[in-house]
Design a protein around this ligand. Structure first.
Ligand code: MG
Length: 220
């Protein structure tokens, strides 16, 4: 069983389902020629795709083009169904920074054919996550700088205030569909600036000064 690594806590929280949102930042939707919808798009990643800080992203043989997407992650601490917006923050345990690694060539083919994104998003190592911070360290999750450097060069830089949906609204929306349980992880979608990663790259992601994640890339 894979558990979170907390910065300031010894608690052992198993990682539950990983619920990912898409099209939550306008400028990213634009760069993908995608429409912003009333509710965010939603898909799942398997827990087997998790790797931690100082881990290695493996480019699978089936893909010729992996993209990085830096995202804020929300860890759930309390079970809930049909959670009201005003109660949503009670369900948050903490936050982390994550990468939603995407086989863009496989995803493009899936989009064209109306197929699911499970393959494009679900390979092993496609969900690197940082150590987590407890929510009491985070005064406002909707005002955090989110950025990614590749080999020392900034490629994605945004602030969570630019998200179309609030943390409360995201939790409430997802819980209308599926029961949220302690240990579940929500990846809140990426801002603009996504691009390709190659063997030998070093990726360094930050969520404000709260947490950071460094991973390398190699071929299978
Ligand atoms: Mg994403």
């Amino acid at each position: 069983m894979t558990t979170y690594r907390f910065q300031d806590s010894e608690q052992q929280v198993p990682i539950g389902k990983i619920i990912c949102l898409a099209r939550t930042y306008k400028e990213h939707a634009r760069e993908m020629n995608a429409m912003v919808t009333e509710d965010p798009l939603l898909f799942l990643k398997p827990t087997s795709s998790i790797i931690f800080n100082k881990g290695m992203i493996i480019i699978p043989k089936r893909s010729q083009c992996l993209h990085h997407e830096v995202e804020m992650g929300i860890i759930l601490g309390k079970k809930g169904k049909n959670i009201r917006v005003e109660d949503a923050m009670d369900h948050v345990l903490g936050y982390l920074v994550a990468l939603d690694i995407t086989a863009r060539d496989i995803q493009s083919m899936a989009k064209k054919n109306g197929w699911p994104w499970a393959i494009a998003k679900g390979f092993d190592t496609f969900a690197p996550i940082s150590d987590a911070v407890l929510k009491n360290k985070v005064p406002d999750p909707m005002d955090l700088d989110l950025n990614l450097k590749i080999n020392g060069i900034v490629t994605q830089q945004a602030n969570t205030s630019q998200m179309i949906y609030t943390v409360e609204r995201i939790i409430s929306f997802i819980s209308e569909i599926m029961t949220l349980e302690p240990g579940d992880l929500i990846l809140t979608g990426t801002p603009e600036g996504v691009g390709e990663i190659k063997e030998g790259d070093r990726l360094e992601a930050h969520l404000g000064s709260l947490c950071s994640l460094t991973v390398d890339v190699k071929r299978e």
